[in-house]
Write a protein that binds this ligand. Structure first.
Ligand code: AMP
Length: 378
């Protein structure tokens, strides 16, 4: 395939912060970006050349959008398969629609991984309270119930501690396809963001540690303080996943590391990921520039990390007492402030993040934590 060069237009399905950071990277390299989503004045639209407001299910709008760009990528994986097919019939879609189809449904994704020999958290499809009870029993009475579609940041998830929880939890899942996963008493959570180019070139950002709060990513520490062999194994599995799915683009694999040192895939995201935001400031090539290079058929850039880093998310909750104290956070000279231009701060909504660079990952984590604390000082 011939490369899509600067001056060309990239079509971005989705208009959130991932699209915004992609657009900043793309415009820096002289590309134009058009975004399509149902939202107006979106985080991506604010920095893109063109913002198309349309439903992802409006296939005519998707086709018209496809005709106006040179390649399409996405930052939001719940685009319907029909929409991805309509786009693909006109212009290259990278990663391909079939990758979206596999990863946008937890049951399909986990089944695919298990069938291809990748280690995954034990899971069972459940369609009734009775099936849930049986599955829970099979997992020793503890599990996490998840809807198979439209799940992210812990949305559509419930933790069950015993069979007595079934009657409380099941009614809100009734009718929606769901899976029950065994509850993993993990030692820590890690992820690997990686990219695969059009000719199969592979690049990765190493294993990073993720700490969640209320099922939402709170802190990423890069690199993760784990044994070298575990980090290598995580990268090896990640490379296998990108190859197996024939991904052209960026994909993140999230893992649980259990107390015996065993890795299990929790989930895949076929796009840049929150746990790779630090690469914007800490690496030679960010995950967003890498997505651009991959989808345009350019050679991948170096993923070398220049300094240890830590990233802390800024959720809407921080706005509860009024506008955060940006001036106080700006006193930290090695902390970068990223805000996504979202107009309304709601609890749990990702409004921005901070990245700290330091001599060690631990120092970076402490620094980013302190800077975030400073945001609520008056
Ligand atoms: P997910 O949306 O599936 O990535 O889940 C969000 C977070 O919930 C994970 O990063 C974990 O912290 C927690 N979680 C999800 N599934 C499980 C599980 N099977 N066992 C333990 N914790 C889980």
């Amino acid at each position: 395939m011939s490369a899509i060069l600067p001056g060309s237009t990239i079509g971005m399905l989705g208009s959130g912060q991932l699209g915004r950071m992609f657009t900043i990277a793309a415009r820096r390299m002289g590309y134009r970006v058009a975004t399509l989503s149902p939202d107006q004045d979106s985080p991506t639209g604010q920095v893109a050349d063109r913002e198309v407001v349309a439903s992802y299910d409006d296939l005519d709008a998707i086709r018209a959008f496809a005709r106006s760009v040179d390649v399409i990528t996405f930052e939001f994986e719940n685009v319907s398969y029909a929409a991805s097919e309509a786009a693909e019939a006109i212009v290259p879609l990278r990663p391909a629609g079939r990758v979206l189809r596999t990863t946008q449904n937890r049951f399909r994704e986990k089944t695919y991984l298990a069938e291809h020999g990748f280690p995954v958290t034990p899971f069972v499809a459940v369609n009734s309270a009775q099936e849930l009870r049986k599955a829970l029993h099979g997992f020793g009475g503890r599990g996490v119930l998840k809807t198979t579609g439209f799940g992210y940041d812990g949305k559509g998830q419930a933790r069950l501690e015993s069979e007595f929880d079934v009657d409380d939890v099941w009614p809100s899942y009734e009718g929606a396809p769901a899976i029950l996963e065994a509850f993993i008493d993990f030692e820590r959570e890690i992820s690997v963001v990686a990219a695969r180019g059009a000719s199969g070139q592979f690049a990765h950002y190493g294993a990073v540690e993720n700490r969640h709060r209320n099922h939402i990513l709170d802190l990423t520490i890069a690199p993760a303080s784990i044994p070298e062999a575990v980090a290598r194994e995580a990268v090896r599995i990640t490379e296998g996943v990108l190859e197996s799915l024939d991904v052209v683009g960026v994909l993140c694999v999230e893992y649980f590391l259990d107390r015996a040192g065993k890795l299990m895939v929790n989930e895949l995201a076929p796009r840049p990921h929150n746990s790779g935001h630090f690469t914007f400031d800490a690496n030679i090539t960010s995950q967003f520039e890498q997505q651009l290079r991959a989808v345009c058929g350019l050679p991948l850039g170096s993923t070398e990390q220049l300094r240890p880093a830590a990233m802390a998310n800024l959720l809407g909750d921080l706005w509860e007492g009024g506008e955060p104290n940006w001036r106080a956070a700006a006193y930290f000279p090695e902390v970068k402030i990223h805000l996504y231009g979202k107009l309304e701060a709601r609890p749990g909504r990702k409004m921005g993040h901070l990245t700290a660079l330091a001599a060690t990952p631990e120092l970076a984590a402490r620094r980013v934590w302190q800077a975030r604390e400073a945001l609520t000082s008056r």
